[in-house]
Each structure stands twice: as C-alpha cells, then as structure tokens.
Design a protein around this ligand. Sequence first.
Ligand code: COA
Length: 192
Amino acid sequence: MKNGPTMKTPPLPHIQTDRLTLKLLEPCNAEFMVNFRVENKQHLMPWEPLRSAEFYTLGFWEMQLRHAVQEFREQHCVCLVIMDTDETEVYGVCNFTFIQKGTFLACQLGYALAEKHQEQGIMAEALKAGIDYMFNDIGLHRIMANYMPHNDRSARVLERLGFVVEGKAKDYLRINGRWEDHILTSLVNPAD
Ligand SMILES: CC(C)(COP(=O)(O)OP(=O)(O)OC[C@H]1O[C@@H](n2cnc3c(N)ncnc32)[C@H](O)[C@@H]1OP(=O)(O)O)[C@@H](O)C(=O)NCCC(=O)NCCS
C-alpha cells in the first residue's frame, strides 16, 4: 500500500446475518440492553468483571450507548449489540475494543451471549459477521481474543472461527473480583 496501512471511517454499522442483526444500539432503546443484562446477571458473572448496581439501570445504558457511538466515531471501539432480525431483543454483545492504528492495526475482542441462546451457533454466526466487518470495512489486520482456561465454550467458538492460540498469560484480567490466567489467541486478516 502506497502510504502504509490505514483505517477507513465507515458509517454506523448495521450488519445482517441469517438469524441476527449486529449494530450500535440507539440510546433510546437502552431498555433492551437492561433486559439482557438483568436476565443474564448470574449466567455472565463468572466470566466478566464485577458489576456495580448502576450497571443494571436504564440511565447507565443510555449513557453507555451514547458513549459507544462517540467511541466508534473516534475509531477507538466498535461495540456491536447482537439482536434478532426484528430488533426486539438483545441476544448478546461483541465488543471490538482498544483499536490501535499505525503499524499494528489490531484490536481486542470480547463477547457474551444470553444463556437461553447458547448452543445454537449464534455467537459463531455473530462473530463471523463482526470479524468480516472489522477486517473489510474498518481495515484491521489482527483481532485478539482471550479466555480463561476452563471456559471451554469460549475456546470452541474461537477455534471454530480460526483463532490461533499464541500463549498463556498469568493473572491477566480481573474477572469476578479475582485476577485470572488467560489463554491468548488471535486471528489475522486473511486478505493481508
Ligand atoms: C462462550 C459463548 C459466547 C458461546 O456461545 P454459543 O453461541 O453457544 O457458541 P457457538 O456459536 O460456538 O455455538 C456452538 C454450539 O452450538 C451448536 N449448534 C446448534 N445449532 C447450530 C447451528 N445452527 N450452527 C452452528 N452451531 C450450532 C454447535 O453444535 C455448538 O456446540 P459445541 O460447541 O458443543 O460443538 C457463550 O457460552 C457465553 O456467552 N458464555 C458466557 C460468557 C463468556 O464466556 N464470554 C466469553 C469470555 S472469553
């Protein structure tokens, strides 16, 4: 490439798959996110940071979703909400964060799915579409994702998508109030 790798600035994403829509949820629809978070509080607790009581409120998500649009425009994060195709329910989230430009052109990926929608291939379908978007529309070269060694479901979804294990990091992330070891994986843009 003549001037070295660059990132593109596309419009707000609205991605369709066979069963899903992935998009930045409008702040006026924050109640969908509150429903998802409240219903899945116990299910997601072992896999995520400790959450404050505020995390489960409408005010928090209205602010968070406004912030997500700003973060997208500044090309820091792409926080996609996974919904049904009628956009009446939040199934989960896939967040592409810590986007770095320059010679790295990489980001971190985190994801979570509602308990009732597991084991139907939903996350693999969502991540495939999200990853294609990050590679083709945003222009990233590498996506990194990490999971705790005993998170077999997370390991399987990443393996299915072609992520390669690159190592293990001790006390890597503070999950549910404890520093936890993580398996480090990444996927490189096949077109690069
Ligand atoms: C990890 C997590 C995202 C996996 O979600 P998921 O949707 O069940 O994962 P997948 O999309 O890979 O679904 C695959 C399963 O659905 C089954 N499946 C059923 N119908 C399917 C279909 N039409 N297409 C594909 N797979 C299908 C597959 O057989 C597969 O089962 P297997 O893994 O036992 O082989 C989810 O369990 C989760 O959110 N967990 C809690 C939070 C978490 O761990 N986050 C990640 C932290 S690193």
